[in-house]
Design a binder for this molecule. Structure first.
Ligand code: NDP
Length: 287
Protein backbone atom coordinates (compact mmCIF):
# COMPACT_ATOMS: atom_id res chain seq x y z
CA UNK A 1 0.00 0.00 0.00
CA UNK A 2 1.17 3.52 -0.74
CA UNK A 3 -0.32 5.92 1.76
CA UNK A 4 -2.24 9.04 0.79
CA UNK A 5 -0.39 12.11 2.07
CA UNK A 6 -2.12 14.93 3.93
CA UNK A 7 -0.29 18.02 2.72
CA UNK A 8 -0.12 20.43 5.66
CA UNK A 9 1.32 23.21 3.50
CA UNK A 10 -1.53 23.07 0.99
CA UNK A 11 -4.22 22.89 3.68
CA UNK A 12 -2.56 25.76 5.56
CA UNK A 13 -2.48 27.94 2.46
CA UNK A 14 -6.19 27.31 1.91
CA UNK A 15 -7.15 28.09 5.52
CA UNK A 16 -4.84 31.13 5.75
CA UNK A 17 -6.48 32.54 2.62
CA UNK A 18 -9.87 32.28 4.34
CA UNK A 19 -8.44 33.85 7.50
CA UNK A 20 -7.05 36.79 5.51
CA UNK A 21 -10.52 37.42 4.11
CA UNK A 22 -12.07 37.32 7.58
CA UNK A 23 -9.31 39.61 8.93
CA UNK A 24 -10.00 42.11 6.14
CA UNK A 25 -13.74 42.03 6.92
CA UNK A 26 -13.00 42.67 10.58
CA UNK A 27 -10.69 45.56 9.72
CA UNK A 28 -13.55 47.15 7.82
CA UNK A 29 -15.46 47.09 11.09
CA UNK A 30 -12.57 48.87 12.81
CA UNK A 31 -10.85 45.92 14.49
CA UNK A 32 -7.38 44.73 13.39
CA UNK A 33 -6.66 41.30 14.89
CA UNK A 34 -3.44 41.49 16.91
CA UNK A 35 -1.18 38.80 18.36
CA UNK A 36 1.47 39.59 20.96
CA UNK A 37 4.36 37.12 21.26
CA UNK A 38 6.82 37.07 24.13
CA UNK A 39 10.19 35.36 23.73
CA UNK A 40 12.63 34.96 26.61
CA UNK A 41 16.20 33.87 25.93
CA UNK A 42 18.19 32.94 22.86
CA UNK A 43 17.03 29.38 22.13
CA UNK A 44 17.41 29.30 18.31
CA UNK A 45 14.41 26.99 17.71
CA UNK A 46 12.15 29.22 19.83
CA UNK A 47 13.40 32.31 18.00
CA UNK A 48 12.52 30.70 14.65
CA UNK A 49 9.05 29.65 15.90
CA UNK A 50 8.27 33.20 17.09
CA UNK A 51 9.62 34.73 13.88
CA UNK A 52 7.43 32.40 11.80
CA UNK A 53 4.34 33.12 13.90
CA UNK A 54 4.80 36.88 13.62
CA UNK A 55 5.47 36.68 9.86
CA UNK A 56 2.38 34.50 9.32
CA UNK A 57 0.28 37.07 11.20
CA UNK A 58 1.45 39.94 9.04
CA UNK A 59 0.87 37.91 5.87
CA UNK A 60 -2.73 37.22 6.89
CA UNK A 61 -3.34 40.94 7.44
CA UNK A 62 -3.13 40.73 11.22
CA UNK A 63 -1.01 42.93 13.48
CA UNK A 64 1.70 41.46 15.68
CA UNK A 65 3.81 42.60 18.59
CA UNK A 66 7.05 40.82 19.46
CA UNK A 67 8.78 41.32 22.81
CA UNK A 68 12.18 39.71 23.27
CA UNK A 69 13.87 39.50 26.67
CA UNK A 70 17.33 38.32 27.71
CA UNK A 71 17.49 34.83 29.24
CA UNK A 72 18.33 36.27 32.68
CA UNK A 73 15.46 38.78 32.77
CA UNK A 74 13.67 39.22 36.09
CA UNK A 75 10.36 37.31 35.77
CA UNK A 76 8.62 40.35 37.31
CA UNK A 77 9.39 42.27 34.10
CA UNK A 78 7.64 39.64 31.99
CA UNK A 79 4.66 39.44 34.37
CA UNK A 80 4.32 43.24 34.18
CA UNK A 81 4.35 43.12 30.38
CA UNK A 82 1.71 40.37 30.33
CA UNK A 83 -0.49 42.50 32.61
CA UNK A 84 -0.07 45.43 30.21
CA UNK A 85 -1.01 43.30 27.19
CA UNK A 86 -3.99 41.83 29.09
CA UNK A 87 -5.29 45.35 29.65
CA UNK A 88 -4.70 46.56 26.07
CA UNK A 89 -7.99 46.30 24.12
CA UNK A 90 -6.15 46.38 20.78
CA UNK A 91 -4.38 43.08 21.62
CA UNK A 92 -6.50 39.96 21.07
CA UNK A 93 -4.03 37.11 21.53
CA UNK A 94 -1.00 36.69 23.79
CA UNK A 95 1.50 33.86 23.68
CA UNK A 96 4.64 33.18 25.66
CA UNK A 97 7.01 30.93 23.74
CA UNK A 98 7.95 27.82 25.70
CA UNK A 99 10.25 26.56 27.10
CA UNK A 100 11.08 29.40 29.48
CA UNK A 101 14.44 29.64 31.31
CA UNK A 102 14.65 27.56 34.50
CA UNK A 103 14.23 30.50 36.91
CA UNK A 104 10.68 31.01 35.56
CA UNK A 105 7.60 29.27 36.94
CA UNK A 106 6.10 28.43 33.53
CA UNK A 107 2.70 27.48 34.95
CA UNK A 108 2.45 30.83 36.74
CA UNK A 109 3.34 32.65 33.52
CA UNK A 110 0.66 30.80 31.54
CA UNK A 111 -1.89 31.50 34.27
CA UNK A 112 -1.03 35.22 34.13
CA UNK A 113 -2.31 35.49 30.56
CA UNK A 114 -5.96 36.51 30.41
CA UNK A 115 -7.98 33.37 29.49
CA UNK A 116 -9.80 35.56 26.93
CA UNK A 117 -6.48 36.18 25.12
CA UNK A 118 -4.85 32.78 25.71
CA UNK A 119 -4.63 31.80 22.03
CA UNK A 120 -2.37 28.82 22.81
CA UNK A 121 -5.16 27.40 25.00
CA UNK A 122 -2.80 26.55 27.88
CA UNK A 123 -4.51 28.50 30.70
CA UNK A 124 -6.15 26.17 33.27
CA UNK A 125 -9.53 27.79 32.61
CA UNK A 126 -9.25 26.97 28.90
CA UNK A 127 -7.94 23.46 29.59
CA UNK A 128 -10.96 22.92 31.85
CA UNK A 129 -13.34 24.22 29.18
CA UNK A 130 -11.83 21.79 26.68
CA UNK A 131 -12.25 18.91 29.16
CA UNK A 132 -15.90 19.86 29.58
CA UNK A 133 -16.38 19.75 25.82
CA UNK A 134 -16.99 23.48 25.54
CA UNK A 135 -13.62 24.87 24.39
CA UNK A 136 -12.85 28.58 24.09
CA UNK A 137 -9.37 28.14 22.55
CA UNK A 138 -8.22 24.74 21.31
CA UNK A 139 -4.43 24.19 21.61
CA UNK A 140 -3.01 24.86 18.15
CA UNK A 141 -1.26 21.59 17.32
CA UNK A 142 -4.15 19.22 18.18
CA UNK A 143 -6.54 21.71 16.56
CA UNK A 144 -4.47 21.49 13.37
CA UNK A 145 -4.51 17.69 13.50
CA UNK A 146 -8.32 17.71 13.74
CA UNK A 147 -8.47 19.91 10.63
CA UNK A 148 -6.13 17.53 8.81
CA UNK A 149 -8.25 14.50 9.72
CA UNK A 150 -11.37 16.32 8.53
CA UNK A 151 -9.71 17.37 5.26
CA UNK A 152 -8.81 13.74 4.52
CA UNK A 153 -12.32 12.53 5.49
CA UNK A 154 -10.91 10.14 8.08
CA UNK A 155 -13.84 8.50 9.92
CA UNK A 156 -13.68 9.28 13.64
CA UNK A 157 -16.79 7.81 15.27
CA UNK A 158 -15.82 4.56 16.99
CA UNK A 159 -12.25 4.65 15.61
CA UNK A 160 -9.48 3.12 17.72
CA UNK A 161 -7.03 5.97 18.38
CA UNK A 162 -3.60 5.55 19.92
CA UNK A 163 -1.71 8.69 20.91
CA UNK A 164 1.95 8.29 21.80
CA UNK A 165 2.90 11.13 24.15
CA UNK A 166 0.94 12.67 27.03
CA UNK A 167 2.12 16.29 27.15
CA UNK A 168 -0.21 19.10 28.12
CA UNK A 169 0.30 20.82 24.78
CA UNK A 170 -0.17 17.89 22.41
CA UNK A 171 -1.03 14.42 23.77
CA UNK A 172 -3.65 15.26 26.38
CA UNK A 173 -5.67 17.86 24.42
CA UNK A 174 -5.46 15.61 21.34
CA UNK A 175 -7.06 12.83 23.39
CA UNK A 176 -9.85 15.13 24.58
CA UNK A 177 -10.66 16.31 21.05
CA UNK A 178 -10.79 12.79 19.63
CA UNK A 179 -12.79 11.53 22.60
CA UNK A 180 -15.30 14.30 21.93
CA UNK A 181 -15.65 12.85 18.42
CA UNK A 182 -16.50 9.43 19.91
CA UNK A 183 -13.15 7.77 19.21
CA UNK A 184 -11.87 5.10 21.59
CA UNK A 185 -8.65 6.67 22.83
CA UNK A 186 -5.51 5.09 24.30
CA UNK A 187 -2.64 7.30 25.45
CA UNK A 188 0.86 5.79 25.59
CA UNK A 189 3.95 7.29 27.23
CA UNK A 190 7.50 6.45 28.26
CA UNK A 191 6.32 3.89 30.83
CA UNK A 192 3.89 2.08 28.53
CA UNK A 193 4.66 -1.60 28.14
CA UNK A 194 4.89 -3.07 24.63
CA UNK A 195 4.23 0.10 22.64
CA UNK A 196 3.87 -1.82 19.35
CA UNK A 197 1.01 -3.87 20.82
CA UNK A 198 -0.97 -0.64 21.19
CA UNK A 199 0.11 1.10 17.99
CA UNK A 200 -0.76 -1.94 15.86
CA UNK A 201 -4.38 -1.74 17.05
CA UNK A 202 -4.78 1.88 15.98
CA UNK A 203 -7.05 3.02 13.17
CA UNK A 204 -5.58 6.46 13.87
CA UNK A 205 -2.08 6.72 15.31
CA UNK A 206 -0.76 10.06 16.57
CA UNK A 207 2.95 10.24 17.39
CA UNK A 208 3.97 13.16 19.64
CA UNK A 209 7.15 12.09 21.40
CA UNK A 210 10.23 13.84 20.03
CA UNK A 211 12.25 10.74 19.08
CA UNK A 212 13.35 10.50 15.47
CA UNK A 213 11.69 7.73 13.44
CA UNK A 214 10.70 5.67 16.50
CA UNK A 215 7.42 4.49 14.88
CA UNK A 216 8.28 2.06 12.11
CA UNK A 217 6.09 0.36 9.50
CA UNK A 218 5.90 -2.90 11.46
CA UNK A 219 4.21 -1.01 14.34
CA UNK A 220 1.34 0.20 12.14
CA UNK A 221 -1.98 -1.46 11.26
CA UNK A 222 -2.36 -1.77 7.47
CA UNK A 223 -4.48 1.09 6.17
CA UNK A 224 -4.23 3.16 9.37
CA UNK A 225 -4.09 6.96 9.46
CA UNK A 226 -0.73 8.08 10.84
CA UNK A 227 -0.27 11.62 12.15
CA UNK A 228 3.32 12.61 12.87
CA UNK A 229 3.60 15.55 15.26
CA UNK A 230 7.29 15.04 16.10
CA UNK A 231 9.97 17.47 14.99
CA UNK A 232 13.48 16.05 15.22
CA UNK A 233 16.85 16.33 13.51
CA UNK A 234 18.72 13.37 12.07
CA UNK A 235 22.45 13.15 12.87
CA UNK A 236 22.97 14.73 9.41
CA UNK A 237 20.85 17.70 10.49
CA UNK A 238 17.80 16.87 8.37
CA UNK A 239 14.32 17.52 9.77
CA UNK A 240 12.33 14.35 10.50
CA UNK A 241 9.33 13.22 12.49
CA UNK A 242 8.70 10.52 15.10
CA UNK A 243 7.52 8.24 12.30
CA UNK A 244 9.85 6.46 9.91
CA UNK A 245 8.10 7.80 6.82
CA UNK A 246 9.66 5.34 4.39
CA UNK A 247 8.47 2.14 6.10
CA UNK A 248 5.28 3.67 7.54
CA UNK A 249 3.99 5.04 4.23
CA UNK A 250 4.20 1.54 2.76
CA UNK A 251 1.71 0.26 5.38
CA UNK A 252 -0.50 3.22 6.32
CA UNK A 253 -3.56 4.34 4.37
CA UNK A 254 -3.10 8.04 5.15
CA UNK A 255 -0.01 9.77 6.54
CA UNK A 256 1.35 13.24 7.33
CA UNK A 257 4.93 14.10 6.30
CA UNK A 258 7.62 15.98 8.24
CA UNK A 259 8.32 18.67 7.19
CA UNK A 260 5.15 19.94 5.52
CA UNK A 261 2.63 18.17 7.75
CA UNK A 262 1.43 19.18 11.21
CA UNK A 263 4.05 21.98 11.60
CA UNK A 264 2.46 24.57 9.27
CA UNK A 265 -1.00 23.69 10.59
CA UNK A 266 0.04 24.63 14.13
CA UNK A 267 0.76 28.21 13.10
CA UNK A 268 -2.40 28.33 11.00
CA UNK A 269 -4.50 27.41 14.02
CA UNK A 270 -2.73 30.06 16.10
CA UNK A 271 -3.88 32.60 13.51
CA UNK A 272 -7.37 31.07 13.66
CA UNK A 273 -7.51 31.44 17.44
CA UNK A 274 -6.26 35.03 17.26
CA UNK A 275 -8.82 35.94 14.62
CA UNK A 276 -11.62 34.28 16.60
CA UNK A 277 -10.57 36.24 19.71
CA UNK A 278 -10.72 39.46 17.70
CA UNK A 279 -14.11 38.54 16.23
CA UNK A 280 -15.47 37.90 19.72
CA UNK A 281 -14.23 41.33 20.84
CA UNK A 282 -15.88 42.99 17.87
CA UNK A 283 -19.16 41.17 18.54
CA UNK A 284 -19.09 42.22 22.20
CA UNK A 285 -18.47 45.85 21.17
CA UNK A 286 -21.27 45.74 18.58
CA UNK A 287 -23.84 44.64 21.17
P1 NDP B 1 7.11 16.34 25.56
O1 NDP B 1 8.57 16.09 25.73
O2 NDP B 1 6.44 17.30 26.45
O3 NDP B 1 6.34 14.94 25.66
C1 NDP B 1 6.83 13.80 25.04
C2 NDP B 1 5.97 12.63 25.43
O4 NDP B 1 6.52 11.46 24.81
C3 NDP B 1 5.91 12.35 26.93
O5 NDP B 1 4.58 12.12 27.31
C4 NDP B 1 6.77 11.11 27.10
O6 NDP B 1 6.33 10.25 28.12
C5 NDP B 1 6.57 10.41 25.77
N1 NDP B 1 7.67 9.49 25.48
C6 NDP B 1 8.99 9.70 25.60
N2 NDP B 1 9.68 8.59 25.25
C7 NDP B 1 8.77 7.68 24.90
C8 NDP B 1 8.83 6.33 24.46
N3 NDP B 1 10.00 5.73 24.31
N4 NDP B 1 7.69 5.69 24.20
C9 NDP B 1 6.48 6.28 24.36
N5 NDP B 1 6.37 7.55 24.77
C10 NDP B 1 7.48 8.24 25.04
O7 NDP B 1 6.93 16.73 24.03
P2 NDP B 1 5.78 17.56 23.28
O8 NDP B 1 4.46 16.90 23.44
O9 NDP B 1 5.92 18.99 23.59
O10 NDP B 1 6.27 17.38 21.77
C11 NDP B 1 6.38 16.11 21.19
C12 NDP B 1 7.03 16.25 19.82
O11 NDP B 1 6.18 17.04 19.01
C13 NDP B 1 8.37 16.96 19.81
O12 NDP B 1 9.16 16.44 18.77
C14 NDP B 1 8.02 18.39 19.50
O13 NDP B 1 9.08 19.10 18.89
C15 NDP B 1 6.90 18.17 18.53
N6 NDP B 1 5.95 19.28 18.45
C16 NDP B 1 5.58 19.63 17.20
C17 NDP B 1 4.68 20.63 17.01
C18 NDP B 1 4.28 20.96 15.63
O14 NDP B 1 3.79 22.03 15.40
N7 NDP B 1 4.43 20.03 14.68
C19 NDP B 1 4.12 21.39 18.14
C20 NDP B 1 4.49 20.86 19.44
C21 NDP B 1 5.40 19.85 19.56
P3 NDP B 1 6.39 10.65 29.69
O15 NDP B 1 5.23 11.57 29.90
O16 NDP B 1 6.24 9.36 30.39
O17 NDP B 1 7.71 11.32 29.91
Amino acid sequence: MIARIIDGNALSTEIRGQLAERAAALKNKGVTPCLAAILVGEDPASAVYVRNKVAACEKAGMRSIKDVYAADVDPAVVFARIAELNADPSVHGILVQLPLPKHFDSDAVLEAISPEKDVDGFHAENVGALMQGNPRFIPCTPYGVMKMLASANVPLKGAEVVIVGRSNIVGKPMAMLLLAQSCTVTICHSQSKDLAFHTKRADILVAAVGRAKMITGDMIKPGATVIDVGINRTPEGKLCGDVDFETASAVAGVITPVPGGVGPMTITMLLTNTLEAAERTQMRCAK
